[in-house]
Design a protein around this ligand. Sequence first.
Ligand code: ADP
Ligand code: MG
Length: 245
Amino acid sequence: MNEPLIKIEHLQKKYQDNLVLKDINGEVQPSEVIALIGPSGSGKSTLLRCINQLEKPTSGAVYFQDKDLTQATAQDLSQLGEEIGMVFQSFNLFPNMTVLENIKLAPMRVKQMNEQDAETTAMQYLTRVGLAEKAAAYPDSLSGGQKQRVAIARALAMHPQVMLFDEPTSALDPEMVGEVLAVIKELANEKMTMVIVTHEMNFARKVADQIWFMADGVIQEKNTPDELFNHPQEAKTQDFIQKVL
Ligand code: ADP
Ligand code: MG
């Protein structure tokens, strides 16, 4: 087996007295796709935010390659931040910028890419998500599915080594879910390493190498989609699977 790209060790996150993540452990191998599933409020978003250090873990470690992000300096983190792309449920595009400007911004500001190169890169990724013709449009004029595809292109333009998705289709009308999942599926085919929080169980089954089932701040069970969906071991997993399938 390769060295894991991400390794999570005894991760805890507390908000005041609320121990949201109790003891999270896990490894993500290069090119692996993890689907993180579980009931609302179980800590899935908190876990993603602790992986990319949007939240400071209370204790434990998150290794990216062999660097413990929880101990990294601000400068290390800003470099490592470029390696971990994130896509949110609510898109988080800048409304006052065009699609192209949204995508160019971080490569220019963070990577000091010149404008011409940033534009070339941005157009490349826009084309990949099927939206080259929307380069000059403003986010408000796009459908939810288009906005999310732009958000994915924006994250990819930083050439991250890992992509984290937090319920990327939950805010979409049903007819737009497929176009976004298709883009993510294509990334999986291209061997992008990903951790995807999702309620789309059929998608998780098709795309994920491993499913992590989270409940009560703990990963209750990790397994291949077939095993986890067909032969859940823990009572909590069985209960959840029964409700969502
Ligand atoms: P999930 O994504 O699985 O629905 P979350 O990670 O969003 O769960 O939330 C897990 C728990 O952590 C919830 O009880 C939520 O209220 C709490 N929580 C999340 N973020 C914060 C925060 N910034 N401050 C206080 N509590 C929070
Ligand atoms: Mg969440």
